[in-house]
Design a protein around this ligand. Structure first.
Ligand SMILES: [Mn+2]
Length: 260
């Protein structure tokens, strides 16, 4: 199903991903969270819609009656923007796939588990976190099935949150991309798997823009005559985001100063 978003004159659409809040430690995460909130303040001046494209949290598991502690500033800001009528859409990433209705009920923000397609002011967008798409990475694709399996999810949910979340944080922090200590390297246009995937999609359906996160490397690649793949980068190293002004989509870097 294709979503339609009406973009009033002068309004823009913003895209960001991979905040990885919680990583690598509470202090660094809090500083980054403030930076994200300040960015949201900035973009809310002309935002018609904001897409958060996965891995907002380094780990998020929502129990039936319990959510992880923290992130109050971000959640409060998202609530305020929604209450002021700004549309927000959230995609899960591979680090925060275990959502369970909180964003929908508490923030009136829809959460998407799979890539979605949009018509925004006549331009066609394909948007998703990007994990598990394209060739290769069979180990992860299998793991994703396990992680998203309802029985496995239920088994994890009955472990007391103090243990469950500690365990998950341990594994999440072991993952290299979560710490952001090492910069991802560009593999070349032919080897970037989300570019390969996008080209496959273009064989049967036209899109003007493919917007993904996951790669932690800002990119803007031509994948068809009139199609581009934009990777949103991350907020561990790049503080990058994309903005669509109704005509064109551009990668940008947050000029927000460090808030010390
Ligand atoms: Mn990520």
């Amino acid at each position: 199903m294709q979503h339609h978003i009406h973009l009033p004159e002068g309004k823009k659409v913003y895209f960001a991903s991979d905040f990885h809040l919680g990583a690598p430690n509470a202090t660094a995460s809090r500083e980054r969270e403030k930076r994200i909130v300040q960015w949201l303040n900035e973009v809310s001046k002309d935002a018609g819609h904001i897409f958060l494209v996965g891995d907002i949290f380094d780990f998020w598991f929502e129990y039936k009656e319990v959510i992880p502690k923290g992130y109050t500033r971000l959640l409060g800001k998202l609530a305020e923007l929604r209450d002021n009528g700004i549309g927000i859409s959230v995609f899960i990433g591979n680090h925060d796939m275990w959502m369970n209705g909180y964003f929908e009920e508490e923030l009136a923000i829809p959460v998407y588990y799979e890539p979605q397609t949009y018509d925004i002011g006549g331009k066609l967008f394909y948007i998703g976190h990007g994990d598990g798409l394209g060739p290769g990475d069979h180990g992860y694709k299998l793991l994703k099935k396990v992680f998203r399996n309802p029985v496995c999810r239920w088994l994890f949910s009955v472990i007391h949150p103090s243990w469950g979340i500690a365990l998950a944080n341990y594994f999440s922090r072991k993952s290299r991309s979560a710490t952001g200590m090492e910069l991802e390297k560009f593999l070349g246009e032919e080897n970037e798997w989300l570019a390969i995937y996008s080209k496959e999609v273009l064989q049967h359906t036209h899109f003007d823009y493919f917007i993904y996160g996951h790669r932690h490397l800002p990119m803007d690649l031509q994948v068809g005559a009139n199609s581009r793949y934009i990777n949103l980068g991350d907020w561990l190293n790049y503080f990058s985001y994309a903005v669509f002004d109704g005509t064109n989509t551009e990668l940008k870097y947050s000029g927000v100063k460090d808030l010390v």
